[in-house]
Design a protein. Structure first.
Length: 659
């Protein structure tokens, strides 16, 4: 007879091993909450936090069973362990490696979540697929140094996995007879349906496999889905993406009667061939500006953008209620340059990214003979920007390669060591390169320095103010780089005949509570500046605008006279009561529609909340049941029309006006 601890029988050993993983997943959730507490501290109660942890067990169960499917099978197979030398050593390493990767993914999101507002999904692999192995190693290495405590914790948890693993030493019956094989076979047959139920999220016949959106039923605000979910689950559920679903809210004729993305100008004024320069600033959310935050800190908030604050105050037009259409760089570029907002999936990562698309560069290049160019100081091909620029009609791409070939600059001596050429040098290159272009031209630049790992050039260390968010020092550096850019640009022959559009790709980690809401997470500046046009001045505190409005506004300003496709509106000519913003809230897996006095939240089927955001900026009071129902119905109908036509055109390759 074999004598052994009860922990060493096969079934108990398996349950013990799975319990260890559950404990470590919960520990990762605790770390996630601690590192992101600023997102929740204003409204979170102990009871609600406990309920979120309880809900998280459902999603942990699914992820853990997927991760350990092979381990479960190998431990329950009715095999004579003595006849398999080293069998459980192999099982142990499978267990440690698979679960360590899952835990590492959870810990990585502790640091990454503030930048995206959602748990990482499978599209992250496509998003960074063009960075190159060497650059990715460098990026990860630097992030490991910044987040050293998470790296250390990951190593410790990996060691715990190895040491805590229980390997069976004897069969249940104490000897390898028929009872052992019968028992293990029954255990395996019982385990299979239990695992399937756990992976699906329930036993009921009507239960579909739970998805990311199921987290919404447990939360009070979208950011809380980050607590309920875990990263392995989010990745597993998005590995095999289906085409975007086309909703059937109304007939095509009714949808077109409410909204059409085809713009047919009827302007009798002659086209004005002004140059168009679009500056897309990495992570320049409104929270960094003193201009937009005069009421913060009793009016003493100085912000991190003195140059842009001065430009807005004296020489430009901007809006109080201006919003991004996404939370990531790959979502901002299509919205800004092609008036194609981000709904459900980033356009870059869908089959539609291979289609011909409308855009400022295509409209002005093909129909008005503009010279067009896109500038990004990173490695050519980075983030898929080069491919998108080509797809939308930009004639030339200027990246790190082209910068290094320019004898006026110092090549890779100006590389920040991680992402791109420093903003100051690359913006100077941008200004001088435009001077060699035939006018009129349409160009865009995507800055890079105000990004993790949040460094400034050595010569500027200690020069710019540091904020609560490490990126704010970099924002101040990039703001100064913009000051120097405009200083150089103002001396160029093309300057007076140029319309400048300044905006951000997305926001960055919020500091003030008003920027932690679903609306706050999308607050970006939109600034129009034309040196020779004194009428383009002021602060519009009534209209609601979004990044997707930039393209139609620019074309209207130039008196463009060709039909084009855009999901935005003219910010200058549109009546106040017709202005709105619509964006997909990744963490909530639903839409947010802002118009007039109200911001409504829509899960794809019904409106779940409404807020009077102008007087309730923290979105504390849900008024969906008390707001005028005719207003709610009109807003819902228009929103559905936009969503339905967007999905149709994305799926049917109809992203230009001639389709």
């Amino acid at each position: 007879m074999y004598k052994t601890s009860w922990l060493k029988n096969p079934i108990v050993a398996l349950l013990s091993n799975l319990l260890v993983v559950f404990v470590l997943f919960t520990l990762c959730r605790v770390v996630f909450v601690m590192t992101n507490w600023g997102l929740y501290s204003g409204t979170m109660t102990a009871g609600h936090l406990f309920s979120l942890f309880q809900a998280g067990i459902i999603f942990d169960t699914s992820a853990i069973l997927y991760t350990n499917a092979v381990v479960i099978l190998l431990m329950l197979l009715p095999l004579h362990w003595k006849e398999r030398p080293g069998y459980y050593r192999v099982v142990r390493w499978i267990y440690v490696i698979c679960n360590f990767v899952a835990i590492a993914a959870n810990l990585i999101d502790c640091a990454y979540f503030p930048f995206t507002g959602k748990r990482t999904t499978a599209d992250v692999f496509a998003e960074f697929s063009n960075e190159g192995a060497g650059n990715m190693v460098k990026i990860l290495g630097e992030q490991f140094l910044v987040n050293w405590y998470l790296v250390l914790l990951g190593i410790v948890l990996g060691w715990v996995l190895y040491k805590a693993f229980q390997a069976p030493q004897a069969p249940l019956s104490g000897r390898f007879g028929g009872a052992y094989y019968i028992t293990m076979t029954l255990a395996l047959l019982i385990a299979i349906p239990l695992c399937v139920a756990g992976m699906r999220g329930g036993f009921a016949h009507a239960v579909r496999p739970i998805t990311i959106s199921n987290a919404n039923q447990y939360v009070n605000q979208p950011a809380e889905t980050g607590i309920v979910l875990n990263t392995p689950f989010s990745i597993y559920r998005t590995l095999s993406k289906k085409p975007l679903t086309i909703p059937d809210y109304m007939s095509d004729q009714e949808a077109l009667a409410v909204f059409t993305p085809i713009h047919t100008p009827a302007d009798s004024v002659a086209f004005e061939p002004k140059n168009v320069v679009v500056l897309i600033l990495e992570s320049f959310g409104k929270q960094h500006f003193a201009f937009y935050n005069k009421s913060l800190h009793n009016g003493t908030y100085k912000g991190f953008t003195p140059f842009l604050d001065s430009l807005i105050t004296h020489s430009a037009l901007t809006w109080e209620y201006s919003y991004a259409n996404g939370r990531r760089s790959i979502e901002g570029m299509p919205s800004i340059l092609s008036s194609l907002p981000n709904f459900v999936e980033p356009l870059f990562l869908t089959p539609a990214s291979l289609n011909k698309m409308s855009g400022l560069a295509r409209e002005l290049g093909e129909n008005k003979g503009y010279t067009t160019g896109f500038f990004h100081g990173a490695q050519n091909g980075s983030m898929g920007f080069e491919a998108f620029a080509k797809a939308t009609g930009f004639g030339k791409y200027y990246g790190r390669t082209e910068y290094n070939e320019d004898p006026r600059f110092h090549g890779d001596d100006d590389f920040d060591g991680t992402w791109a050429i420093w903003d100051e040098e690359f913006l100077q290159y941008y200004a001088l390169t435009m001077s060699s272009m035939k006018q009129p031209f349409m160009t865009a630049v995507f800055t890079a320095s105000s990004h993790a790992p949040c460094k400034v050039p050595e010569r500027y260390e200690g020069v710019f103010p540091k904020g609560e968010n490490p990126v704010q020092e970099c924002v101040a550096y990039s703001d100064n780089a913009l000051r120097l850019f405009f200083q150089t640009a103002s001396r160029q022959p093309w300057f007076q005949n140029t319309l400048f559009v300044i905006t951000a790709d997305h926001t960055s980690g919020p500091v003030d509570p008003i920027y932690t809401t679903t609306l706050g997470n999308y607050c970006v500046p939109i600034i129009l500046y034309a040196p020779a046009d004194s009428t383009l001045r002021g602060y519009d505190r009534q209209r609601v605008v979004e990044q997707a409005d930039i393209m139609p506004t620019v074309l209207s300003y130039l008196h463009y006279d060709h039909p084009y496709l855009a999901f935005g509106k003219d910010m200058l000519g549109l009546p106040v009561e017709d202005s709105y913003a619509l964006h997909w809230v990744a963490g909530a897996n639903g839409y947010e529609y802002v118009k007039g006095k109200y911001a409504i939240e829509f899960d794809g089927q019904q409106v779940t909340a409404a807020y009077q955001y102008r007087t309730d900026p923290l979105l504390k009071h849900n008024v969906v049941g008390t707001m005028p129902q005719d207003t709610l119905q009109a807003m819902t109908r228009q929103m559905k029309s936009v969503i339905q036509q967007y999905m149709q055109r994305m799926n049917r390759n109809q992203l230009t006006s001639d389709k």
